[in-house]
Write a protein that binds this ligand. Sequence first.
Ligand code: XMP
Length: 319
Amino acid sequence: DWTMASYKDDAIAKIRAQVGDKRVICGLSGGVDSSVAAVLIHEAIGDQLTCVFVDHGLMRLNEADEVVSMFRDNYNIPLIHADEADLFIGALEGVSDPEVKRKTIGKLFIDVFQREANKIEGAEFLAQGTLYPDVIESVSFSGGPSVTIKSHHNVGGLPEKMGLKLVEPLRELFKDEVRALGRELGLPEKFIGRHPFPGPGLAIRCPGEITREKLDILRKADAVYIDQIRKHGLYDEIWQAFVAILPVKTVGVMGDGRTYDYACALRAVTSVDGMTADYYPFSHDFLGETATRIINEVKGINRVTYDITSKPPGTIEWE
Ligand code: XMP
């Protein structure tokens, strides 16, 4: 796409002009936006960029390793991997209120990010994958009604606090344009087309108390579910799909034995912007086959339900 190719060259020139020979820090979440921003900035200024990946231990199966190997090994981008699973999961012990979870994670995230960023000597800029809709949203929110449904996880206010100037090379782009730019930069298609994933990660897909055991079960069930969706060619038709592990154990029967394990809920929605959503109309065959696979392949789950709530009145995530 010639437009994106020239947009890319333009963006690179602008980054070089803004940053000069100074150092830039970029927070990587593993999502599309921050990844595209990082690769673009790296093309512009090379090793003047250091990425910081705050790993809260709430990522999906193998996801943290994939982020590290893609950026460090594949793109050769200097990357600090702050593996802080113990810190986050420790702080979440005994917490079941959704807002307390979000705030605990958000606060720790900023602490860890700041600690790591302070180690990068001479950094003057902080790069963010802010998109055009984020710019609009923050404007309209500030004048709108102050009803907080969920406190969102972001690093707003951090640049001023740290005395850093912002680099936001995606500020003029919509999501589909960011994906096109990502392709232009050679990011793998499978990565670019990924469903959105919330900042607080699996914590908000584990209603009630979070334990390592539950997170482990959830990761495995989610991987089977997504594998099913990909195998049936449905991934790109769906805005977002995931499993939530429920804070309840129920009785089942397997072979000659009684089981007493967790129930889980499958979620899949279509949406244009995440503001409203409809549940995805899977076939009964698909649902039956997926339930069987999860129960057979994931120790710890013996019951599978499908969430048929649209947004509103539901939200996409469970917390
Ligand atoms: P809800 O659950 O509010 O989610 O219907 C709408 C969209 O936003 C995502 N989401 C988040 N994204 N930080 C994020 O970056 C968050 O704290 C957060 N909470 C929800 C959610 O996955 C869905 O795509």
